[in-house]
Structure formats: structure tokens, C-alpha cells
Design a protein around this ligand. Sequence first.
Ligand SMILES: C[S@@+](CC[C@H](N)C(=O)[O-])C[C@H]1O[C@@H](n2cnc3c(N)ncnc32)[C@H](O)[C@@H]1O
Length: 340
Amino acid sequence: MKRGYQGSPSGPPQSRLKPNPEGDGFLDDEGTRRQARKVADHYSARTNQTLEEREASPIIHLKKLNNWIKSVLIQLYARRGDVVLDLACGKGGDLIKWDKARIGYYVGIDIAEGSIEDCRTRYNGDADQHQRRNKFSFPARLLCGDCFEARLDIELAEDSPFDICSCQFALHYSWSTEARARRALANISALLRPGGILIGTMPDANVIVKKLREAEGLQFGNSVYWIRFDEDHADKKFKASSPFGIRYKFHLEDAVDCPEWVVPFHVFKSLAEEVRITFWLFLICIADASPSRHELIPGVEFVLGTLSPDEWEVAYLYLAFVLRKVSHVCVNSAFLSAIR
Ligand SMILES: C[S@@+](CC[C@H](N)C(=O)[O-])C[C@H]1O[C@@H](n2cnc3c(N)ncnc32)[C@H](O)[C@@H]1O
């Protein structure tokens, strides 16, 4: 199994947006890499929890809701035999979900060495803790690397094309610079087959900015999370010409404690369209996903109803999205309704 790889030999894709005059250039600089390392170190250091520790977590119901949303996305969009790319796969928390969808092949990549090790252990079966189930029914390749810097089309040339790409609770880490955001989307587009699907979840910039503006200072949150912007954003205004590198510190009890970046949704949408990834379905907010719809999906356990108000507030920070790689940049609604 491969471990680690080189960065892009060529430059990032060309920009149609104006560069950020404050310094977010098109190439990764040391500062950007340091931030990516900080994120990687944070996730790498997170140890696997025992079942008891997990159940005692102050955000256990939120974790279950997030897992349920991911299960729904996977059950709705993955098909038997699919070749799957899991970008920022973490510790492999979705492996069982993919197994239930009867996929044919799985490639998981994450920047955090510790997470990939845990993912590998989970996939191979851990004699101590995780061996209560049979082996996974699909072959897998697990790699450690930066999905938002490396040329994955080169690295994964032999594994592609993929039928479905999943990027759960991670795409916002690509938004530290325009180059990284574009690299993330270029990688996804290059690896998906035409008609292939991108499913994902990430924080909703509109909710975060609204909460920031409602807050007295630059921080807001509750008993389970806080978000803090630094003084650069004291006026709480964000220039349309600089939609990258808008950093905040995110703390979520028992889960996250690292820098994250605001992803203005319209910019995400237009950058994705530039590389032929168009919106198919956009679930505005994962907390708003109607349980009644999802009870209809066989094999997806229903877990709502037990979140605390503070956990609900966190759930409302996130959105889920479904996009599709098309053959041409311009799509019309007749085409959209004819597919899948
Ligand atoms: C909140 S966790 C989500 C993990 C997994 N997708 C899930 O839903 O369980 C975010 C993940 O993104 C990964 N990540 C952050 N930046 C990354 C990058 N540049 N390349 C690859 N993975 C990255 C982290 O290491 C972490 O595992």
C-alpha cells in the first residue's frame, strides 16, 4: 500500500477570480502549509474512543445525526459495484456505510497520518476492539496525503475514474487559499467519470457570518462549541473579491479544535462549475433534512429526537451537497432531470 506522495509538479489551475491582494497567492506558501499541518496534527492526535467513551461524549447525538446524514447520502447516491473516492476519509468512520451500499472498490485519503493508520486498522480488523464484524466486502487503497495540494489525478491514475467522490466535513479546509480550493475541485473533476457524483458536508458560510454579525465580539458559541474570528475581521465585512483565506478557530467539544475557513457557497458553486461539476441537489442544512423522507430509506437507522438544543445549534452550522460531473460546462434543466 502506498504511503505519502509528492505535490503537484505543475502549477494550480488558472484563476478567473481576482487574487486576494492581502496575500493569498495562487501557490501554497509556507504559512499555508503550516496551517494544513496544524489541521493534520490536530486530527492525527485524536485517539480512537472506546464505545463507552463515545456514548459518554457531550455531542454523542450530534455525532449520530452526522453519521445518519452521511448514511443517507451514501444510500441515496452510491450504487452496487461503485468505485469510491473518500477525500479526507479520517479514521474510516464511513467504511461500514460503504459496505452496506455494496460498493466495488474504495480509495481513502487523509492528510493525518494517525487517522489513516486507524482507518487501516479498522479496514483490516483490529483484534482488540473492532473485530466484531466480518471483513469488508470491497478491496481498498488507503493513502496519506494532502488532497488539496497534490495532483491526485496523477497519483490515482490507475484507480480512476471514480463513480462517486465523498468529502465529508472537510472541504472547508481547502479554502485557505484560492490555489487549494481550485486544486481540490480540479482533483475531484479529473477523477470523477462524466456523470459521477460528489457528495459532501461542510459548514454553511451564511450561518457562520450571520452568527458572527449577531455576536457582540468576534466569538460566539454555546456549551459544546465556539467559533472565533481574529481581529482582521473586526468590521465583520467580507470583500466579495477576497473569498479565500477567511479563517476562524473552531472548537467542538470532543471533536475539533483547529483553524477552519469560510466557504462562500456561490464561490464554491462557480469554481465547481468551471471544472464541470454542477449542482444536482443542495440540502441547505443538515439539521433541516426531513426525517419523514429518510425513514423511507431501507437500512438507514433513524436517530433524531435526542439532540440537546446546543447540539442542534451546531447541526444548523452545516449543509450537505450533491453535485454531478457533467461532460459540458453548460447544462439545462432537461438534462438535469434526465440523469440518475
Ligand atoms: C471532521 S474530519 C472528517 C473525517 C471523515 N470525512 C468523517 O466524516 O468522518 C476532517 C478530516 O479532514 C482531514 N483533512 C483536513 N485537511 C485535509 C487535507 N488537506 N487533505 C486531506 N485530508 C484533510 C482531516 O485530517 C480529518 O480527518
